[in-house]
Design a protein around this ligand. Structure first.
Ligand code: SF4
Length: 281
């Protein structure tokens, strides 16, 4: 029997790559939410993760490096009824695409960003990236990286993201539940997924030793200060929803017929915007 949201194309990732777990979790989440493929758009960036659009049977767009988020924002604004997923890597999202990501969080655009964070530039054979730990020897840092890595959870919380979570690619069931919650959340949602790159930086054992579930630790995701504290943990790896708050989504405000901002009102007067949008419904 054909699996849900499976294009039938055989994945080309290395055996043991964390991308398999992310793909399985996303397929499961879409199926359990009862979504149809024509209701979902996946936008991918550049990196090993980017091939996900070949394997996930939904409408898809493979964007250029660092630009998956703005493409997804455009899709969401063109048709807010769509579920718009962004698959992006740590290099794609936290380096070249960082400003797009943080501003999408600030605006609360209703896209769901899944960051495949393996802490190296795997597609280009394992160079150091923005989340590479200090001291790691890579192709580009043969004597060990001297840079401090970003803390993406802290950055996203500080940017006003209304849903911030962390998953682990080996825990597919848990990650699937996070993806479902992110999709059901109104507005911007981001899941930083820790995943091993078995070829260039295998973090599987490191993550397994340190991971714990926030829901088992009594964490309240409505508590912003508690979320900040969890994001700062260095020795343990919290998994789950760090923070969730309900606010109006950008598209709700910007496309509201009651209160269109002047720029959009002018645009509507010049363009048959409603007819244009109807073509995507
Ligand atoms: Fe996965 Fe790393 Fe292989 Fe890329 S190089 S497919 S990230 S294991």
């Amino acid at each position: 029997m054909a699996r849900a949201f499976d294009t039938g194309v055989r994945p080309q990732w290395c055996p043991g790559c964390g991308n398999y777990g992310v793909l399985a979790a996303v397929r499961g989440a879409l199926a359990e939410l009862g979504l149809r493929r024509e209701e979902v758009v996946a936008v991918a960036g550049i990196g090993c993760h980017g091939r996900v659009t070949e394997y996930l049977d939904v409408n898809a767009f493979h964007a250029i490096h660092g630009r998956a988020v703005p493409v997804a924002e455009g899709v969401k604004l063109a048709n807010p009824k769509l579920t718009v997923l962004v698959h992006t890597g740590d290099g794609d999202a936290y380096a070249i695409g960082l400003s797009h990501l943080l501003h999408a969080a600030r605006r609360n655009v209703g896209i769901k960003v899944i960051v495949h964070n393996n802490m190296v530039y795997a597609l280009t054979t394992g160079q150091a990236g923005p989340t590479t730990p200090r001291g790691l020897r890579t192709r580009s840092t043969p004597y060990g990286s001297v840079e401090e890595p970003f803390n993406p959870l802290l950055l996203l919380l500080a940017s006003g993201a209304t849903f911030v979570a962390r998953g682990f690619s080996d825990d597919v069931q848990h990650l699937k539940e996070l993806v479902k919650r992110a999709i059901l959340h109104k507005g911007f949602a981001v899941i930083d997924v820790l995943q091993p790159c078995v070829t260039f930086y295998d973090t599987r054992g490191w993550i397994r030793e340190r991971a714990y579930k926030l829901e088992d630790a009594g964490h309240d995701p409505r508590d912003f200060r508690a979320a900040l504290e969890r994001s700062l943990e260095a020795e343990r790896v919290p998994l789950g929803v760090l923070y969730e708050v309900e606010k109006p989504a950008f598209e709700e405000l910007a496309l509201s017929p009651e209160h269109p901002p002047p720029a959009l009102r002018d645009l509507k007067a010049r363009l048959p915007l409603d007819k244009l949008l109807a073509r995507f419904e």
